[in-house]
Design a protein around this ligand. Structure first.
Ligand SMILES: *Cc1c(COP(=O)(O)O)cnc(C)c1O
Length: 355
């Protein structure tokens, strides 16, 4: 499919101070749009000026939340090239989400091409300051004007871009995490393994209460027994025990992060003992009491690696590695960001040129 490009005649002024970009505050001049109509399939791929979209008030996404999304970044590298990090994995995951939400599959290779083309069109928006990047948000939603619960027949696939700053402007400071005992995010058989808006709507209340108690994010436990660890906020989670690095196994309620996958692959390549298995909060507390919980961190595209300095589980406060970033967390952060910004040669296919 050909992608038509219509350039804006009224470019916006770009944010001048790259140290104040924050996350998700600015959007570029263009967006990618493609329609799906039953019988016709995906069609009319185009890059057009960034603008509001008109929706019928009965549009199904607004009522029943049939929606999926992705998140990745484009990086401006020292050699002047612009690179993406494993974009094929994001588009494969988008189709996993599509399948669960009864949204028609997209052509993954074509979607990667659409991302590359859009990034090229808006390349002047890719910030240049250290640790800044261009966040890419592809999303698909149901547009049929129909108040009735069934899979829609019409969809829009849109990609927007946002120049973003370093997630932690002061550097890699460990965060305080609240172990969530009453609310749950997802259950097996549900849609926890997909990136769909409903999962995030569901998480807001716990997040809000944790924030009021002075915690950055929550650590989710499994939705059935409230015993096994799942994820931290919108990141996957790793625990470094003495002799074993553990991340919860993907069993249906956890989002399979691309950063998580990359961490597991890097750790294995360094000859370390990594397990993807069930891990209970009791096991973590026991390891902590025995001095065997050395580090803990979250992993995700936005922050890359987010060290956990404190875990609060009921009345028990666990201060990890003296509240400081651990050596392994730092090493993973340095390697992943090194590969993403083209400073370190990564495994084949991890860092790909956008154009
Ligand atoms: C996106 C996301 C992650 C991290 O995935 P990455 O591909 O590493 O960015 C983890 N958990 C949830 C719930 C997410 O939405």
């Amino acid at each position: 499919m050909e992608i038509k490009v219509e350039r804006t005649k009224t470019p916006k002024t770009k944010p001048v101070d790259q140290s104040k970009l924050g996350f998700g505050n600015y959007y570029t001049d263009h967006m990618f749009v493609m329609n799906y109509d039953e019988g016709q399939g995906w069609h009319d791929a185009r890059i057009v000026p960034y603008a509001d979209i008109a929706l019928d008030p009965a549009a199904m996404v607004l009522h029943y939340g049939q929606e999926v999304f992705e998140g990745l970044k484009a990086y401006r590298c020292a050699d002047g090239s612009v690179r993406l990090f494993r974009p094929d994995k994001n588009m494969a995951r988008l189709n996993v989400s599509n399948e669960r939400l009864c949204i028609p599959a997209i052509d993954e290779a074509f979607a990667v091409e659409a991302i590359k083309k859009l990034v090229e069109v808006d390349q002047d928006w890719i910030p240049t300051a250290p640790d800044t990047s261009l966040y890419i948000r592809p999303f698909i939603f149901a547009t049929d004007a129909h108040v009735g619960v069934h899979p829609a027949h019409h969809y829009l696939f849109i990609i927007i871009l946002s120049p973003v700053g370093a997630y932690y402007p002061e550097g890699l400071n460990p965060v305080k995490i609240y172990v969530e005992n009453s609310y749950v995010r997802a259950v097996r058989g549900g849609m926890g393994f997909t990136k769909t808006g409903g999962n995030y709507a569901c998480s807001l209340k716990a997040q809000d209460e944790a924030a009021k108690a002075g915690y950055t994010q929550v650590l989710w436990l499994d939705g059935v027994e409230r015993k096994y660890v799942e994820e931290v906020g919108t990141m996957n989670v790793f625990f470094v025990f003495d002799g074993e690095i553990v991340t919860p196994a993907l069993q249906g309620s956890i989002l399979g992060g691309i950063t998580r996958m990359s961490c597991v692959e890097l750790l294995k390549s360094w000859g370390l003992n990594v397990s993807e298995r069930r891990v209970s909060i009791e096991e973590i507390a026991k390891a902590y009491d025995e001095g065997k919980l050395l580090e803990a961190f979250g992993s995700g595209t936005a922050a890359v690696i987010s060290p956990i300095g404190e875990l609060k589980w009921g009345d028990k406060i666990m201060t990890i590695n003296g509240g400081k970033i651990g050596a392994l967390s730092q090493k993973l952060y340095d390697n992943l960001t090194g590969i993403q910004w083209g400073k370190i040669e990564g495994p084949e296919g991890w860092s790909v040129k956008a154009f």
